[in-house]
Design a protein around this ligand. Structure first.
Ligand SMILES: N[C@@H](CCC(=O)N[C@@H](CS)C(=O)NCC(=O)O)C(=O)O
Length: 217
């Protein structure tokens, strides 16, 4: 295991999953280390002293923090295979814009759908459906957000699909009837081994979310 990049991660984390998918897209072998948030490892605390959050990729002894930053780093450190970005500067800027939209709009909304109740949850559902429709229109008729190839925006968003069943169960709505194209895109992405190997079983996520709701709501 000497010299393999180390990924500090936590299994249900859609942010951690992004790093897993990115590394597997590049065919990079890595050591996966599961963190216990009630007893964070010294390596996590040293590597990400600012946020103390996963994912952290430790490569050649140096830590890279923040999931989208990890995905970009992986693309640059292993440029030979499956580039995540198009070469055109404008298209690259657009890809960064949409991944940022996923982080700023979609991430907050999805949390309210499964992690809140009452009015806050209802508002979250509205925001979530709005965000999904915007993303669906950005996808258009392309197979991937990256066009013909699976890229940066695809990696930033696909990891949330392991949570879709939890959103539907606790939000009491159907994502497919709101946004069939997005579901078709998610199924297409799941055909990639880099994705299917990196995303946990949806049933496990539902059970995890149910436990969170029991303890926190
Ligand atoms: N913006 C961060 C978010 C990472 C994040 O929220 N990680 C959570 C797990 S999903 C975490 O490490 N939480 C530990 C804690 O808050 O103590 C990223 O994209 O990497």
């Amino acid at each position: 295991m000497a010299n393999l990049p180390i990924l500090l991660d936590y299994w249900p984390s859609m942010f951690g999953m992004r790093a897993r998918v990115a590394l597997r897209e590049k065919g990079v072998e890595f050591e996966y280390r599961e963190e216990d948030f009630s007893n964070k490892s010294p390596l996590l605390l040293q590597s990400n002293p600012i946020h103390k959050k996963i994912p952290v990729l430790v490569h050649n002894g140096k830590p890279v923090c923040e999931s989208l930053n990890v995905v970009q780093y992986v693309d640059e450190a292993w440029p030979e295979k499956n580039p995540f970005f198009p070469s055109d500067p404008y298209e690259r800027a657009q890809a960064r814009f949409w991944a940022d939209f996923v982080d700023k709009k979609f991430t907050d909304a999805q949390f309210k759908v499964w992690g809140k109740k009452g009015e806050e949850q209802e508002a979250g559902k509205k925001e979530f459906i709005e965000a999904v429709k915007i993303l669906e229109s950005e996808l258009g008729d392309k197979p991937y957000f990256g066009g013909d190839s699976f890229g940066y925006v695809d990696i930033s968003l696909i990891t949330f699909s392991s949570w879709f069943q939890a959103y539907e169960k606790f939000g009491n709505f159907s994502i497919e009837s709101e946004s069939p194209k997005l579901i078709a895109w998610a199924k297409r992405c799941m055909e990639k081994e880099s994705v299917s190997k990196s995303l946990p079983d949806s049933e496990k996520i539902v059970a995890y979310a149910a436990e969170y709701r029991k303890n926190n709501l």
